[in-house]
Design a protein around this ligand. Structure first.
Ligand SMILES: Nc1ncnc2c1ncn2[C@@H]1O[C@H](COP(=O)(O)OP(=O)(O)O)[C@@H](O)[C@H]1O
Ligand SMILES: CC(=O)N[C@@H](CCC(=O)OP(=O)(O)O)C(=O)O
Length: 312
């Protein structure tokens, strides 16, 4: 990004665009600005999408711009690779079942430290540097998310017998107090939420960040749930981008074995959120500079749009 400013102290726009082109970019955005003003966007910022300092700065600028044009962005962040790196440094082994980290007592302590500590505050700082005001919290704060333990049924390839795998302190949102978010957004703050929740007895649960974002998008009746990741969107068996998906198409891709790993909870999340009251979800490449602005304010769109049903 250029450091130059114009005579009124505003950052200078790309000098390669002439005045007419700049104006037409803004005019192209007008219907979208009108459509989304006052609405909530839940943006999930994945650990793989975080990248370097410049990428984080570009993400933060987009979030601050959304807020400035009257949209209420709510950021939910991940940090899977960063938790993995810290577990490695501390010599704690880690494994995944269907994209969820098996989380014992030592792991949940480290996950909370990395998510609620380092990553949450880095994102808050980036938003402040871009001129916004962020409130960094986890699901534990102000009773935002009450979590319950997740049980996973799996069927191994060589056996028809279902087996319940104990994932330890892996949780899912059981109840959300949306008033906490509404209080923050109405006060001009941008909530930045770490995917950690408290159980009924005060225990700490590690929640997949996609699941957390989806539950919040449903509870808030968000206009969009946006999942920023490290692929262009959902790819089919030939590696081609699928631009629109509904429940039936997702089932078909799953049956083909095309959807694996972290993409499983991602798509489950999109469907759950749209069934619960979020209008639509988009999976897109967070490594692309200003990916969110391209998605929301141009006719081109990007990534994979997911709705519960084709015409939903
Ligand atoms: N059909 C698919 N299309 C795209 N990505 C897929 C697909 N199936 C599995 N994946 C994997 O899902 C990953 C995204 O999930 P994940 O690693 O959990 O990302 P994040 O950390 O951003 O949440 C991709 O990098 C890719 O390896
Ligand atoms: C239960 C579970 O899997 N929790 C995740 C939480 C972080 C996360 O989801 O981060 P990404 O979005 O970057 O993958 C974990 O421990 O990795």
């Amino acid at each position: 990004m250029s450091e130059t400013t114009n005579s009124r102290g505003a950052p200078a726009a790309d000098p390669s665009l002439d005045a007419g082109a700049k104006a037409s970019v803004l005019i192209e955005a007008l219907p979208y600005l009108r459509r989304y003003a006052g609405r909530t966007f839940v943006v999930k910022y994945g650990g793989h999408a975080m990248g370097d300092h410049a990428a984080a700065a570009s993400f933060a600028q987009d979030i601050v711009l959304l807020k400035a044009v009257g949209i209420n962005p709510v950021v939910v962040h991940g940090g899977g690779p960063q938790i993995g790196a810290m577990l490695g440094r501390l010599g704690v082994e880690s494994s995944f079942v269907d994209g969820l980290r098996v989380t014992d007592e030592a792991t949940v302590e480290i996950a909370e430290m990395v998510l609620s500590g380092a990553i949450n505050k880095q994102i808050v700082a980036a938003i402040h540097a871009a001129g916004g005001r962020a409130l960094g919290i986890s699901g534990k704060d102000a009773g935002l998310v009450r979590a319950r333990k997740v049980a996973r049924d799996t069927r191994t390839e060589d056996s028809a017998i279902e087996r319940v795998v104990d994932l330890g302190f892996v949780g899912e949102p059981a109840a959300i107090d949306a008033s906490v978010i509404e209080l923050a957004t109405s006060g001009g703050l941008i909530p930045v939420i770490a995917p950690i929740g408290a159980g009924e007895h005060g225990e700490t649960f590690n929640i997949n960040a996609d699941t957390m974002a989806g539950a919040l998008a449903g509870a808030l009746g968000a206009a969009r749930l946006l999942l920023l990741t490290d692929v262009a969107g959902v790819l089919d068996g030939n590696g081609q981008l699928v631009t629109e998906l509904d429940e039936a198409k997702i089932e078909a891709l799953r049956a083909e074995g095309v959807i694996t790993g972290g993409m499983i909870p991602k798509l489950e999340t999109c469907l759950a959120a749209t069934r619960a009251g979020c209008e639509a979800a988009v999976i897109l490449d967070g490594r692309v500079d200003h990916a969110m602005l391209l998605e929301f304010f141009t006719a081109r769109g990007a990534g994979t749009l997911v709705r519960a049903a084709e015409n939903g």
